[in-house]
Design a protein around this ligand. Sequence first.
Ligand SMILES: NC(=O)c1ccc[n+]([C@@H]2O[C@H](COP(=O)([O-])OP(=O)(O)OC[C@H]3O[C@@H](n4cnc5c(N)ncnc54)[C@H](O)[C@@H]3O)[C@@H](O)[C@H]2O)c1
Length: 311
Amino acid sequence: MNILVTGGAGFIGSHIVDQFVGEGHRVSVIDDLSTGRRKQVHREAAFYKLNVCDPRIEQVFQKERPVVIMHMAAQMNVRKSTEDPVFDAEVNIMGTLQLLKLAVRYGARKILFTSSGGTVYGEQEVFPATESHPTRPLSPYGISKLTCEYYLEYYRQVAGLQYVALRLANIYGPRQHADGEAGVVAIFTQQMLSDEQPRINGNGFQTRDYVYVGDVVEAMRAVFVHPVEGIFNVGTGTETTVNEIFVRLKELTNSPCREIHGPAKKGEQLRSVLDAGKLERETAWAHAVSLSEGLDETVKFFQQQKRRRFT
Ligand SMILES: NC(=O)c1ccc[n+]([C@@H]2O[C@H](COP(=O)([O-])OP(=O)(O)OC[C@H]3O[C@@H](n4cnc5c(N)ncnc54)[C@H](O)[C@@H]3O)[C@@H](O)[C@H]2O)c1
C-alpha cells in the first residue's frame, strides 16, 4: 500500500517508516528536517525535503497517490509554542489543513494523526484520563493539536475521510533528540553519558506516563490494520516521577552526578497519565515494553552513538 509519512525523519516518524517499509509497503516521507535527520530515514523510502505548509507538497500527492497518511510533522516544543503561537499554529494547524485538503483531493482513505495526550487534557481531574476527560489545554501546542482533531472530524463528516487521532503520552526511546521539551529521558541520558550535571526542574515529583517508542509503532500498526476510527489514548496508565527517571538513568549510565533541583518551570503540568483501555479493547493493542526495559534500550542506544562519535 502507498503510505505517506510526514515527519518521517523525526524520532517517532523514523521508527514508523522502518516498520512499514519492513512490511513491504511503498513509503514516502515529507520532512523539512527542522528537527529530523535525513540519515534516520530508511533508504527504501522516497524522501521529499519539504515543509508541510509548502503548496509544492501537492506534487508529492500527484506522484505518490498515498492511500494512508501518517501525519507526524509538527512543531512540538511546548515552550516555543508559548513564545510564538503564530508559528505553532502555522505548522501544526495550517500544515494539517493543507494535508487534509490534499488527502481528500487525491482520494486518500485514512489519516493517522499524532495528537498529544500530555497536553490536550490540561491539568487532569481524573487519573488516568480517558478520552472523555475534559480538554483544557494550557499551551498553544495543546490547543493546536486539539484544533486539528476537530478538523479531522470535520473532514470525516463532509468528505468521508477516515481518521484516527492518537493522543500520545510521553514517548521516549532511541533516536529521540535531547533538545526537545518532552524528552527528559533523552536529555538526562545524554547529560549523564557526557559527564554533565542534569538539573531537575522543581521538586521532581511531577509525573508523566512514559511510553516506549516501540509501543507507539505497534499502536500505529494496530490502528492501521484494524478498521477503527476516532480518538485513542496511547499510554501505560502508570505515573512516574521525574526523580524516579533520574535515579533509574543514573544507575543505568553509572553516572556520578548528583540529584540537583532548579526552579520549577512556570505553568508546568503537575501530573499526566493516560488510560489506553479504548485502544486495547478495539484493537487488542497493549503496551509491551516495561519502563526498565525501555530505559535500558534507550541508554544502550545513546552509548552506541557516543562510541561511534569517538571511533
Ligand atoms: N515525543 C513525544 O513525547 C510526543 C508526545 C505527543 C505527541 N507527539 C507528536 O508526535 C509527532 C512526532 O514527534 P517526535 O517526538 O517524533 O518529534 P520530532 O521533532 O522528532 O519529529 C517531528 C518531525 O517533523 C519534522 N517537521 C517539523 N516541522 C515540519 C514542517 N513544517 N514540515 C515538514 N516537516 C516538519 C521535523 O523535522 C521532524 O523530523 C509530533 O506530531 C508530535 O507532536 C510526540
